[in-house]
Design a protein around this ligand. Sequence first.
Ligand code: ZN
Length: 336
Amino acid sequence: MHPKWSKGIHLNLDNKKIVFDPNSTKTVGDVTAISHAHSDHVSGVTNRSLKITTSSTKKIFETRSRRTLRNVKTLKYGVKQEIGDNITISLHDSGHVLGSSQFKITCDGKTLVYTGDINCVDTFTLKAAEQLESDILIIESTYGAPGWIFPPRSQTVAEILHWIVEQIKTGNLPVFKVYSLGKAQEIIGILNNFTHVPIVVDDVTFKVNEVHNENGFNLTYLQLDSEEGREILHSGECVCVVSSVRKIPSYDKRIRVASATGWALHFSKGVSFCLSSHADFNQLLNYVLESGAKKVYTVYGHDKQFANVLKKKYKIAAAPLRFISQRDLKEFPQVS
Ligand SMILES: [Zn+2]
């Protein structure tokens, strides 16, 4: 089992080629595994090969892209599906957004896990990722450098609530400019839970929220492009949650815009709260140590730094998948 990077993660097993999260439509395998519906993970999805994902990811992809995804096998978390001789795949919660999955592949008694984007703590809307064991692990490393350790979520939530109260008290309109999938629902969940302030959302956030509520969430919000939404907006006391500030119609109050992202820990332009849907450095490290993996490949973000820490400090055979060298391969134990 030797994965490789080429506009997506490729895994060739006997006569079966699996591609995880392709980012080019020219990257086609026998099976395409889609971890979640964020655009940087679905940009290479076509109707050509068989796709495996969750029903929520399929629904959110179709809602946001206005495309029908054909040739798809949807699986529930934990269900094993045979995809070749002695090859099985199963999906497991990655805690990142609704429907997001880790993939566990077993072949000839060996196990490989690809985490996709992963978050290992409970958020206001989602449960933490399932901890999986594996022989070979491909782990995302967005915040995989030692300086990236997030404050407790409760502290960030208190800061968000304080900021909103301040804005409304001074006659401003607080606006959250956030991803329509994941971050928007967590902000709405926090506000629904701790306040009675009405929330108005743009079209795309509204549609993605609806998929969440169909899946057992209980989010309360109004559509910006509706009579009631416009009325609330002009009455003054509300919060806007939008993917783009341009979606807000001309308005007679001062608009104050905030973002919510893990990058706010060290970089921020304007008002930005440290609320992430990704694991921080400590969570990633803990996941690797608990996985028991003998080989670790890092992908995305701080991939080189994370592989270096694993190698130098923890003596784990690790390499960044995008930059893997012959030397890295020689140092790797023979698992496959
Ligand atoms: Zn993502």
